[in-house]
Design a protein around this ligand. Structure first.
Ligand SMILES: [Zn+2]
Length: 322
């Protein structure tokens, strides 16, 4: 197990920071600084998950999506300022390389739910300037960009809104990664058709193995791979196996293998969804990542394991954010 090995495309740990007022050193969930170090983190993507609708109510959030993003991003940078000897924010691959050379962890700021954009295209530049390098266009509700995935096939095929097409063109121009996790399948195909850069599903699994609406069909996985994109396998028990209450290493490896078989090993990545998932995790938390790497090593060659753990994600970062 190498020291710097894992690029994880999605976690919800900033909720622990912003809403529960924990510091990154002592977050009680799946991720904190010590767990990242023990598990071999290379880059952790930290999503500003923006609670809206009933999710905002459940979390006692009354501020607008835009204000929530701004304040949560500030909280992220306050945390970065607390631990510069351990972890540093990154805006490009050169920042990551510098951190590796200096023995620091890397943190990338992302957004889950384009709600803070709120129909104002100029906000993308503002978010880019704040260091955001990836946006999941929707969460589980409609916003100014498009519609979420749905069990209703008609809803699921709804395309991006006209403003959503403007958003993907602007994100491609700026060098921000388009994230299709949570998006409707119709929106996904719009990105395949109109996007000019590789894109991702940061935390989704395979429909063929678990028929969950958040998972991608083989056709989607193939199209993602053909565009040079990647799918970060989500560690959620139900995404891995409908009806299961345990997130097992074996199931994570099974989904990686399926993506590799359908879309090529170049399309496989890690998207844990740590601190956003519940249930029993066989490997407990980020510190247990070596168990997952061992599981991958039983099925994939060492160079393929490296691609899945970090190589594919770094290639995509280089292609899109530079
Ligand atoms: Zn999510």
């Amino acid at each position: 197990m190498k020291a710097f090995n894992i690029v994880d495309l999605h976690c919800d740990t900033l909720m622990e920071v912003y809403l529960a007022h924990h510091n990154l050193a002592d977050c009680p969930g799946h991720i904190n600084l010590e767990k990242l170090q023990k598990g071999g983190s290379l880059v952790q993507c930290f999503a500003v998950f923006v609670p809206t609708h009933d999710c905002a109510e459940r979390n006692g959030v009354t501020e607008s999506a835009y204000s929530y993003f701004t304040n949560c991003a500030d909280a992220f940078y306050q945390q970065m300022a607390l631990y510069p000897d351990v972890i540093r924010p990154v805006r490009c691959v050169a920042d990551i390389e510098k951190n590796v050379a200096e023995g620091k962890l890397s943190a990338m700021l992302t957004i889950e739910d384009g709600a803070p954009v709120d129909g104002k295209i100029e906000r993308l530049q503002e978010f880019y300037d704040k260091g955001v390098r990836m946006i999941a266009l929707t969460w589980n509700y409609e916003n100014s960009i498009g519609y979420p995935n749905s069990r209703d096939p008609k809803e699921h095929l709804r395309p991006l809104k006209p403003f959503g097409l403007e958003v993907i063109a602007k994100m491609d121009e700026l060098g921000m990664i388009i994230d299709t996790s949570h998006l409707s399948e119709g929106g996904f195909w719009d990105i395949v058709e109109h996007g000019t850069k590789p894109f991702i599903a940061s935390h989704s699994c395979c429909r063929a193995l678990s028929d969950h609406r958040r998972n991608l069909t083989d056709r989607q996985l193939r199209a993602l791979g053909e565009k040079g994109g990647i799918c970060g396998v989500n560690f959620c028990d139900e995404f891995l196996e409908l009806g299961s209450t345990v997130s097992s290493v074996e199931n994570i490896v099974r989904h990686c293998k399926h993506i590799a078989d359908v879309a090529g090993v170049e399309a496989v990545a890690m998207g844990s969804d740590f601190d956003g998932i519940g249930g029993e995790l066989e490997y407990k938390d980020f510190a247990g990542f070596p168990m997952i790497v061992d599981g991958l090593s039983r099925v994939f060659t060492p160079s393929e394991v490296d691609k899945i753990c970090h190589g594919n994600a770094l290639r995509l970062f280089k292609d899109v954010i530079g």
